[in-house]
Design a protein around this ligand. Structure first.
Ligand code: FAD
Length: 290
């Protein structure tokens, strides 16, 4: 029997229209007692105010510990520091430090003339400002900006050298891709935790199109499994739970000790996945389902 892993969740800030549903989702996820709940940061700082509002309300609720995603795009160092400092003063201690993407889809990253150059510089700034835990991104499949060879590992090494405490991976659907990457990271002398990012297939068509944009491959077996289920929500849900559970079990069996579920603001799938993995007690699950 493997040890209970560290389990955390990611949510994105709601629009005004989905606000009520969002907080119901957060309350249900909170019952599972995740290690922390990370709140994404809109590309290029869009929806910054919404991240701010969600983080501050999470702190007031004294529910799951919030983690603030933050990127360096389109902001001067002073602006980034002010935002981070405001969150740290309010009680946010945990961050996910990202370079981020330009607001124009597919545009090459250009640092702001007075801004941080990337995630490593942001990581050291956050530590200097008082953050106690900083996670960074990691890419088991080459990121679209990958510069070839082992340059991605040298880059990851730089983020750890700047003070990152762990790295959360972009999701993959094949356990072997994650495991090979973990081996490459270890072989490069990096001994910090690599947290497995888990993307449940909440809607196969949407997940496929999003995966194409971020460079995550969608294996043919996943297509074959989900394509016939487009009009069968219950069967689609069951297949999504089953594929995520078997992926996580395989990784846990290989000694992976930390998982970060991209909940996409849906409680149901995450609850069912955690239930089947034995990552939540029945009493907690009953409360979450209520
Ligand atoms: P980096 O790791 O700095 O760069 C990405 C890749 O480019 C590297 O892995 C490397 O292969 C290559 N590269 C870049 N610079 C160099 C260099 N100097 N030398 C060598 N190689 C280099 N986006 C948002 O807008 N908001 C979010 O809240 C958000 N949350 C995320 C959470 C996680 C866990 C992950 C994995 C991604 C998230 N993203 C988010 C997406 C992220 O912003 C994009 O993937 C972005 O393109 C890369 O950001 P990064 O900090 O991971 O980049």
């Amino acid at each position: 029997m493997s040890r209970m892993p560290q389990v955390s969740f990611e949510v994105f800030p709601p629009s005004p229209k989905t606000e009520d549903r969002f907080w119901t989702t957060v309350a249900r996820l909170a019952v599972l007692q995740p290690a922390y709940l990370s709140v994404t940061y809109g590309a290029g700082g869009s929806a910054k105010d919404r991240s701010d509002a969600v983080l501050r309300r999470l702190l007031r609720l004294r529910g799951p510990q919030p983690a603030a995603h933050l990127s360096v795009v389109d902001a001067s160092r002073a602006e980034t520091d002010d935002l981070a400092k405001g969150w740290i003063d309010a009680g946010v201690t945990r961050f996910v430090a990202l370079r981020g993407d330009m607001p124009e889809m597919g545009a090459a990253f250009r640092p702001h003339p007075d801004g941080y150059g990337g995630a490593a510089e942001l990581t050291s700034a956050l530590k200097r400002l008082g953050a106690t835990h900083v996670s960074v991104g990691a890419y088991p499949e080459p990121h679209p900006d990958h510069r070839g060879g082992d340059s991605d590992l040298a880059h990851l090494h730089g983020k750890f050298a700047a003070g990152a405490d762990d790295a959360i991976t972009q999701y993959v659907f094949e356990p072997e891709i994650f495991l090979r990457y973990r081996d490459r990271v270890a072989a490069a002398g990096i001994d910090k935790p690599i947290v497995a990012g888990i993307m449940p297939v909440f809607d196969f068509a949407k997940v496929s199109s999003f995966s194409r944009r971020c460079g995550a491959s969608v294996p043919a077996w996943l297509d074959a499994r989900f394509a016939p289920l487009a009009d069968q929500p219950d069967a689609h849900h069951a297949a999504a739970v089953e594929t995520a559970v078997s992926f996580c079990r395989r990784l846990q069996g290989e000694g992976v000790e930390a998982f970060h579920i991209y909940t996409l603001n849906r409680a149901e799938l995450t609850i069912d996945i955690c239930r089947d993995l034995g990552w939540a007690t029945p009493a907690r699950l009953r409360e979450a389902a209520a």
